[in-house]
Design a protein around this ligand. Structure first.
Ligand SMILES: NC(=O)c1ccc[n+]([C@@H]2O[C@H](COP(=O)([O-])OP(=O)(O)OC[C@H]3O[C@@H](n4cnc5c(N)ncnc54)[C@H](O)[C@@H]3O)[C@@H](O)[C@H]2O)c1
Ligand SMILES: [Zn+2]
Length: 262
């Protein structure tokens, strides 16, 4: 029932803003932060100022990144990412805001001009001094060859994955673009985020206050569920294609949802 209602709203909408968190990528094999087997259950957080100040924190940070890199490098988009790409193909998706750093929206064929990466991109490393960029594969290879916290080859500055760490300032123009998108959409579709990391988690509230419908799709409860017009507690790879009206072979095999005909 709720899926059918959401699908109807998506059919009616002309300016959808999608918003994704780590939950959309767990079915691609990338663990999220807060689930029981998530990253936080295994690693300590290295804050940005610790990274900048202490060599041993940089080494620990890069150790964690090296450990997670093969999984991120080899991950492929899943049915959830592809459902957003399909909404864009139909001209409905006006912006894709993501907290993710895995590049899987780009890999799913979504036009990169639609994608706003709030927390940066973990497939490249950047120099904190001169901004020079290095593919992550190359940075990790240098670690494997013995550099424990690689430095910039151009200026010897600190090399760090091009992501926003805890305690690091978010690029204001990215946030401003997301805010504008949230204010002007008619439907805000938040998927796979625990909606507790600010300022990202404020965006669905901005959209709702500006008059948009708000749909939240997440396996577990979020602090703003009460504000939503529709909350769907389900697995994304199954529920999002059904919401978006995208037929998949899995659903054709009988997922329990209404068959989607287009
Ligand atoms: N893939 C990535 O790029 C990645 C992975 C881990 C963490 N992060 C970073 O960590 C921060 C953590 O915040 P967050 O809110 O995005 O993630 P989170 O870990 O706080 O929340 C993910 C949410 O997704 C739900 N979930 C997980 N798998 C699901 C599935 N298959 N179907 C339905 N729901 C599912 C969980 O219940 C959880 O509430 C992000 O801001 C991001 O920058 C990114
Ligand atoms: Zn440099």
């Amino acid at each position: 029932m709720s899926i059918a209602l959401g699908r109807q709203w998506i059919e009616q909408a002309t300016g959808i803003v999608g918003f994704t968190g780590a939950g959309i990528s767990t079915e691609s094999g990338i663990p999220d932060f807060r689930s029981p087997n998530g990253v936080w259950a295994r690693n300590r957080t290295v804050y940005f100022d610790e990274f900048v100040r202490n060599e041993h924190d940089r080494i620990e940070y890069w150790r964690q990144k090296s450990e997670g890199w093969p999984g991120m490098r080899d991950a492929r988009p899943n049915a959830g990412h592809l459902a957003f790409t399909e909404l864009a193909r139909r001209g409905k998706l006006k912006a894709m805001i993501t907290q993710n750093i895995d590049g899987l929206h780009q890999a799913s064929g979504l036009d990169s001009t639609l994608i706003h990466e709030l927390h940066g991109n973990g497939t490249v490393a950047g120099c904190l001094s001169c901004g020079d960029r290095t593919p992550m594969d190359e940075a990790i290879e240098r670690i494997q060859q013995g550099e424990r916290a690689p430095r910039c080859r151009r200026c010897d500055g600190l090399l760090k994955p091009a992501t926003i760490s805890f305690g690091q300032t978010m690029p204001m123009e990215v946030l401003a673009n997301c805010q504008r998108a949230a204010e002007s959409c008619d439907l805000f579709l938040a998927v796979g985020s625990s909606l507790v990391v600010y300022p990202a988690a404020a965006l669905p509230v901005v959209a709702k206050r500006a008059g948009a419908r708000l749909i939240i799709l997440n396996r577990t409860a979020t602090p703003i569920d009460e504000l939503a017009d529709l909350v769907i507690r389900d697995e994304i790879g199954k529920a999002l294609p059904a919401l978006a009206g995208v037929e998949t072979s899995k659903q054709a095999g009988g997922s329990g949802y209404d068959p989607v005909l287009e």
